[in-house]
Structures are given as structure tokens and as C-alpha cells.
Design a protein around this ligand. Structure first.
Ligand code: ATP
Ligand code: MG
Length: 573
């Protein structure tokens, strides 16, 4: 069934048991180890370096590296660099950084399909010698026409009966660069009437006069299907895990290995891809968003790329937890973004330092507090984890609170600040609002004049014990940092942006996916920070410093809100 037809995903609670989650791939591995077919597990993660990795790749990375690790086996990183037209060293470096950041290590096993170009060529010659491959002169259109359709068998190419000698000579001349791009291909001689189109004499080598980033020796390049199985075999891979779209390619994978004297015959096993709602995970589309400037780069925090999510504030732990909760199966469905966000909330709730920030500041003057005086308050960095220590925040005569925490005409159940109303400033004092100053021209509220009750410091009751229902966050003005804070929303405003082939997915881009607030006030402890730090800004969500941040101009990203406001909005509407 097509992934596009389903759009539900059941939520599986976290497994707290230390044992690794079961899945059908582990069952196969267990059988292979029990039967003696294998004594060890060796997997690989084989990205094509034609773009940055996305959250779907994280699933594959965690599966390949994670499974190998759990069985004390090995996992290779292999760049599938068979198409020099699209591949780039920049992508290779970014991929390595992302895999490491996710917490995995290929040790000394970094490989490239291009490492095997000599061997692949030798094997191709062998196939020709054995009468199992031939040079074909049909052009692209003719090849398509001869291939047939799902309903109709293909037709044999008129070049299929070339002699071994002629094929050897032509293939050699292809390698020497005697023919232009597309003039000839080398095809496996399998079966033009196979019900599986992949088996209808697929091309295994094509001419491409183009320099490869890793080697300048070639002007013919092996095709993916032919390269992949042989690379697996040469590396001694036991279980070659790939996504479901390769299921129909498995007969070709096996055919190639069966014809050649390769050192072993790995088993290809397919699992379902990750599809995430409200985003796209096709490298072609992500590339388009970057090159056509719909986003600010591959690491734009709205992108589903690993580097984008990292910059947004995601942690490796939250991503691994996400993949664990997704599970591994063969059934395709769209996953809710909420599942990913919940994993981050859970991770950061447990270990992010708390801090105070005011995003839309409203000035508050405490009229009964001495001028030019501040007092230092020691507060816990985490409400539950004492070991995370304390930090100093300041109280003084001038403060900022968030505009949302004041209403001039509050409804009855508004337990924050209003004229004549009292509220507790977290960790500090109870205050009462006595006066609202407005801009005489615009009517905009500019300042609140309040009094504080000195006996209420640090959560103590008022002198008559009256109940103070509301508690809000705040920042002292004279020591506050002024920062830019970037808030994010879904990159697209429909669940499956590329669900309809007749509509350009870019028309579904959410115009409000980023909101930049330029005059936010942060507590001074946030001055010394780095992009690796994560904070909970109390009542506002989880934030991290952006790479654009400087000491003069701190910039923070909101990784995720505290609760799933998105789900709530959907429920309400
Ligand atoms: P795209 O189609 O976007 O270009 P790809 O599958 O060609 O992606 P590769 O670089 O070939 O990208 O992927 C490397 C590995 O990651 C492959 O084994 C692939 O199956 C796996 N992978 C890619 N996308 C996903 C996904 N959404 N979910 C799970 N695994 C994925
Ligand atoms: Mg691919």
C-alpha cells in the first residue's frame, strides 16, 4: 500500500526496560545467529552524498548502527558516490558530522562505493565473459520503449546478441572515453519478459564524462543496484537493511551476487521509511527549498534535516528516543510531528536548566522599592534535580514582565496581573498593580506602577495569609540582556505537502513558520552560553542559543513549546 494513503500513527509509550526493542529484523538476526548462518552482525549506513541528512536518515542510522551495537557487531559508513553529477565533498563532511552527533562511530570503517570502482569494473568484464552482460546502443527513448510496461513484457535489444569479444572491446572503449555520454550502456543480460521490470536487462554501467570528487580515472560509472550489492559483499555485510522501495530490486541484488565470485552474499531486508507530517523528507525537495531560498539554508531550524533540528535545539538523545518509539516494521504511515516534539520535551524536561526570559516586555516599576538598588536571589537551576545547582537572579525597582501576563480588563479567571490585582513573581515577591501608564497618542500600555510586599520573598505568604493565585516570570531591567528570540511553527500548513502530484508542494509553505522577536529580555546568567546548551525558559518552552548569537546580540531559538499547543489548537478548532 502506498504510504500516501495512510495518515495515522499509533503512539507507543517509551519502553523503560533496558532491553532493546524487538522487531522483525532482530528476529531474523537471532535466527541467523542460532542457526550458525552468521556468527556476527555487520551492517552499513549507505547515504548518497547528494544532500544533507534528514530525520528519515536518523531512523536508518539508528537502526543500522544501533542494531550492530546491540549485537556487539560492526556498522560501516559507506558513501554511495556513484553519481558524480550530484555529489559533493561538502555533503560528505556534513553527513559524517551528523552521524557522529547522533552518537555513532564507524571507527576505521569509512568507505566509498568509489573505492570499489576497479573491482566493479573487473566484475563487469567477468559478466561479459560469461555472456551475462552486453553493450547496448539503444538511446534513452528506445530503452524505455523496449523495456515494456507492468502489463506488457519488454523486447530484446537488437544488441543483445553481440559476441563476447565485441562486448569486451566496446566496454573497453567505453572506459577509454571513445563514446559520448549516453551513446552506450552496459546491461546485465537477464530476462526482458520478467514480470519485475528491474530484471529486464538493467543498465549496470553508463558513460558520464565527468570528474568524480574522489577519483579522476573514470568516464563510465556503475549504476546503483549493481554497485550496492557488490559493495555490501566486499565489506562482508551480513544484513543489508534498506527501505521498502528497494523490495522490487532485491531479485537484482541477489542475481548480481549469484553470478559473481564475491566473498559473501549479504541478505537484503527492507523496512518502512519514516514519513513525517507537515514537512517533506525528499532530498530533492529539501535541496529545492534551500537553493530557491524558501529557507535560510540546510540548517534552517524549520528544516527536517538533522543539522536543522540540531540548530533548532534537538538533542541526539531525543532523536534516538524518537526512532526507538517509531519502531521498525514494514507498514508505512505518516508520523505525527508531536511524537518527535514529545521526545524532545521529555529529554529536556529531565535535564535542561531553567531560566527566566521575557519575550514581549512590559515595564513594571516597583514604587516602594529603593532606587538604584538590586538584590541577588539564589534559585535552583532545576526544580527536581538538586545536583544541577543554583544561579543568581536579581530583583530591583524596574522589571519586565510579558505583555500577555497583564490585562487591563481581565476576565474573572485571569489570575495574572490587572489593575488593582495581585500576582506572585516567581522566586521573588507578591506585587500589586496600582497604575497603568499609556502612550497619550496611541493608547498603548507603556508601564505598570506596582507595590511589592517585602514579607512575601521566596514564596512566603502575605501577612494576612490571603491567597495569591497567579505566579508569573519576570526579569530585572538593569541587568537584563536584550536578545533576539526566534519562534518557529510548522514549515508547511498541510499534513502531507507533497501528497498531491498535481499541486506544487511549495504552495503549502506556511508563511508564518518563523516569528522573530527582537527586544526580548533575558536574565543575565544566559550571557555565558554556547550552542550546545539547552534551557527551559519558564512558562515559554525549551530554547537554545543560535549559531548567529554573539555576546553583543544574543540570539535564541525556541526548539519546542512546553505543551503540545499545536494539538490543542487543532482540538479547539
Ligand atoms: P532521497 O530519496 O530523499 O534522496 P535516499 O533514500 O535516496 O533519499 P540515501 O542517501 O540513499 O537517501 O539514504 C541512505 C539510507 O537512508 C538508505 O538506506 C535509505 O533507505 C535510508 N533512508 C532515506 N530516507 C529514509 C526515511 N525517510 N526513512 C528511513 N530511512 C531512510
Ligand atoms: Mg538512495
Amino acid at each position: 500500500m502506498s504510504a500516501k494513503n495512510k495518515n495515522t500513527k499509533t503512539f507507543t509509550p517509551a519502553t523503560s526496560s533496558p532491553e532493546s526493542p524487538r522487531n522483525f529484523i532482530r528476529n531474523i538476526i537471532d535466527q541467523d545467529l542460532n542457526s550458525g548462518k552468521h556468527t556476527t552482525v555487520h551492517t552499513r549506513f549507505p547515504p548518497e552524498p547528494n544532500g544533507y541528512l534528514h530525520i528519515g536518515h536518523a531512523k536508518s542510522i539508528c537502526l543500522n548502527f544501533g542494531t550492530a551495537k546491540d549485537y556487539q557487531g560492526l556498522c560501516n559508513l559507506r558513501f554511495d558516490d556513484t553519481n558524480p553529477a550530484k555529489e559533493d565533498i561538502e555533503y560528505m563532511e556534513a553527513i559524517m558530522e551528523d552521524v557522529k552527533w547522533l552518537g555513532f562511530d564507524w571507527e576505521d570503517r569509512l568507505f566509498h562505493a568509489s573505492d570499489y570502482f576497479d573491482k566493479l569494473y573487473e566484475y563487469a568484464v567477468q559478466l561479459i565473459r560469461d555472456g551475462k552482460a552486453y553493450v547496448c546502443d539503444l538511446n534513452q527513448d528506445e530503452l524505455r520503449e523496449y523495456r515494456g510496461t507492468l502489463q506488457e513484457p519488454g523486447k530484446d535489444s537488437p544488441y543483445r546478441t553481440r559476441s563476447v569479444e565485441e562486448n569486451l572491446e566496446l566496454f573497453e572503449r567505453m572506459r577509454k572515453g571513445e563514446f559520448p555520454d549516453g551513446a552506450k550502456v552496459l546491461r546485465a543480460k537477464i530476462d526482458m519478459s520478467s514480470p519485475n521490470i528491474n530484471m529486464r536487462d538493467p543498465a549496470i554501467y553508463r558513460i558520464k564524462h565527468m570528474v568524480h570528487p574522489k577519483t579522476d580515472k573514470w568516464c563510465i560509472y556503475p549504476m546503483y543496484d549493481y554497485t550496492h550489492c557488490i559493495s555490501d559483499a566486499l565489506e562482508g555485510i551480513t544484513h543489508s537493511l534498506c527501505t521498502l522501495e528497494f523490495e522490487d530490486h532485491r531479485p537484482l541484488y541477489d542475481w548480481c551476487l549469484d553470478q559473481l565470485p564475491v566473498p559473501c552474499h549479504p541478505q537484503q531486508i527492507e523496512f518502512s521509511r519514516l514519513f513525517l507530517k507537515y514537512t517533506v523528507t525528499s532530498k530533492r525537495k529539501l535541496n529545492e527549498l534551500v537553493t530557491q531560498c524558501y529557507v535560510a539554508g540546510w540548517d534552517d531550524p524549520r528544516m527536517p534535516t538533522i543539522c536543522g533540528l540540531r540548530r533548532r535545539g534537538y538533542t541526539p538523545e531525543s532523536m534516538r528516543l524518537f526512532v526507538e518509539r517509531l519502531g521498525i516494521s514494514k507498514s508505512e504511515s505518516y508520523t505525527d510531528m508531536t511524537l518527535l516534539e514529545d521526545c524532545l520535551r521529555e529529554d529536556l524536561d529531565a535535564r535542561a536548566q531553567r531560566a527566566f526570559a521575557v519575550l514581549r516586555p512590559l515595564k513594571v516599576v516597583i514604587t516602594n522599592y529603593a532606587e538604584n538598588q538590586t538584590e541577588a536571589l539564589q534559585v535552583h537551576n532545576h526544580p527536581k534535580i538538586q545536583e544541577m545547582g543554583t544561579r543568581t537572579i536579581y530583583f530591583g525597582r524596574e522589571l519586565f514582565i510579558d505583555r500577555d501576563d497583564f490585562m487591563e480588563n481581565p476576565p474573572e479567571n485571569f489570575f495574572r496581573l490587572g489593575p488593582g490585582q495581585e500576582v506572585r513573581l516567581r522566586f521573588a515577591y507578591v506585587i500589586r498593580c496600582d497604575e497603568v501608564l499609556k502612550d497619550p497618542n496611541t493608547g498603548e500600555i507603556q508601564e505598570l506602577r506596582c507595590v511589592y510586599y517585602p514579607e512575601t520573598l521566596g514564596g512566603k505568604p502575605t501577612s494576612d495569609g490571603r491567597k495569591i493565585k497567579g505566579i508569573i516570570h519576570w526579569v530585572e531591567a538593569s541587568k537584563a540582556l536584550t536578545a533576539e528570540v526566534r519562534l518557529y511553527d510548522r514549515l508547511f500548513n498541510v499534513e502531507i505537502p507533497d501528497g498531491d502530484k498535481d499541486v506544487d508542494y511549495k504552495t503549502h509553505l506556511n508563511p508564518d513558520s518563523i516569528e522573530i522577536l527582537g527586544n526580548c529580555k533575558l536574565e543575565p546568567s544566559l550571557e555565558q552560553t554556547s550552542v550546545n546548551n539547552r534551557y527551559q525558559f519558564e512558562r515559554l518552552g525549551y530554547f537554545c542559543p543560535d549559531k548567529d548569537s554573539t555576546p553583543q546580540k544574543p540570539v535564541f531559538n525556541r526548539a519546542v513549546t512546553l505543551r503540545d499547543t499545536w494539538a490543542k489548537l487543532q482540538k479547539d478548532s
